[in-house]
Design a protein around this ligand. Structure first.
Ligand SMILES: [Fe+2]
Ligand SMILES: [Fe+2]
Length: 187
């Protein structure tokens, strides 16, 4: 694998892994503030980031050893309003800078599987940003967000509120590959 694409996969694995963990902590905080739907949204999206991290990780199975992952981690957690801002900033970075660049490099280097993994994440993060913005509007008025069931494609992480489509718009997986997150990973 070409070195730049390989490093980008390592960085993306780091970024997705940390987003996964951040969102689980944000979910617990939202629950403390009595925003159960915001908590459920964070847990569902945490699961999507877990899927992305796994997709990137699998493309690195040729490696052996330790590597430095350079990711844009968001530090300084706070209340749910602040945590939603951190989440939106992270998703925005991924959509406007990170994944478009990683996709272009992978295309240029003809690394098709890495490109696909980046494209799946990119397509999903757009949905995450929309969902977090919806939650932010509610929390700004001190209300929990109105939220239908949130479903995540186990293949590519695609996240949707409401019924899962017959075929995933990103990876073509069938409807039965979508999972609904309710109380995922609450310790
Ligand atoms: Fe995301
Ligand atoms: Fe999918």
């Amino acid at each position: 694998m070409k070195k730049m694409t390989e490093q980008n996969l390592i960085n993306a694995f780091g970024g997705e892994s940390q987003a996964h963990m951040r969102y689980l902590h944000f979910a617990n905080q939202a629950e403390k503030e009595d925003f159960p739907n915001v908590a459920r949204l964070f847990r569902a999206i945490a699961h999507a980031e877990f899927v992305h991290a796994g997709d990137h990780y699998r493309e690195l199975k040729h490696l052996d050893g330790g590597f430095v992952a350079n990711s844009m981690a968001a530090f300084g957690p706070g209340d749910t309003q602040k945590n939603l801002s951190l989440a939106i900033a992270g998703e925005t970075f991924e959509i406007t800078e990170m994944y478009p660049t990683y996709i272009d490099v992978a295309k240029f280097q003809d690394e098709k599987l890495a490109q696909r993994s980046f494209e799946w994440a990119y397509g999903t993060e757009i949905k995450h940003k929309e969902l977090f913005e919806k939650a932010q509007k509610a929390v700004e008025s001190s209300c929990d967000v109105e939220l239908g069931k949130v479903q995540v494609c186990e293949v590519c992480g695609y996240t949707i509120e409401g019924e899962a489509p017959d075929k995933c718009p990103l990876c073509d997986a069938k409807k039965d590959q979508f999972v609904t997150l309710k109380k995922y990973l609450r310790p």
